[in-house]
Design a binder for this molecule. Structure first.
Ligand code: ATP
Ligand code: MG
Length: 138
């Protein structure tokens, strides 16, 4: 599992019509999509996914945003997947993201930043299993 990461195309990018362009960038960067689905998180599910941020002041806003509309969830495979994907998406705040990164191109703000990327191999596995059964991970 150490060559895998987990991503979501968030509700802002979905609503703005960027899903196809973002998937294209993911493939062009050498990631293989090994699981994928479009879904709409309930507030409960979004809250559970981001439970690690429960005590943060932005938690309520984050849960509201992530349950606002459909997302695309996917598991991606590539050597050094977690680190390389974080480089591809860029800094959390698009104002600080490098040119050419997904967030620089498609994020609108710190809160509405187009994509999620796992921050460790351990969390990649937990997050992938949150959305996909083992039978759905290829
Ligand atoms: P993600 O986990 O979604 O890939 P990240 O790892 O870059 O993002 P985290 O610190 O894990 O950043 O924060 C999770 C998400 O919470 C961010 O992507 C963003 O949508 C939101 N967020 C983080 N900090 C703030 C903030 N100060 N104000 C509003 N929203 C925030
Ligand atoms: Mg994070």
């Amino acid at each position: 599992m150490s060559n895998r990461t987990f991503t979501m195309i968030k509700p802002d990018a979905t609503a703005n019509g960027h899903t196809g362009a973002i998937l294209q960038m993911i493939n062009a960067a050498g990631f293989r999509i090994v699981a994928m689905k479009m879904t709409h998180l309930s507030a409960d599910k979004a809250g559970a996914f981001y439970a690690v941020h429960k005590e943060r002041p932005f938690y309520g806003e984050l849960v509201e945003f992530m349950s606002r509309g459909p997302i695309t969830a996917a598991i991606l495979e590539k050597e050094n997947a977690v680190e390389d994907f974080r480089k591809l998406i860029g800094a959390t705040n698009p104002a600080n993201a490098d040119a050419g990164t997904i967030r620089k191109l498609y994020a609108t703000s710190l809160g509405e930043n187009a994509v999620h990327g796992s921050d460790s191999n351990e969390n990649a596995a937990i997050e992938g299993d949150f959305f996909f059964s083992k039978l759905e991970q290829f």
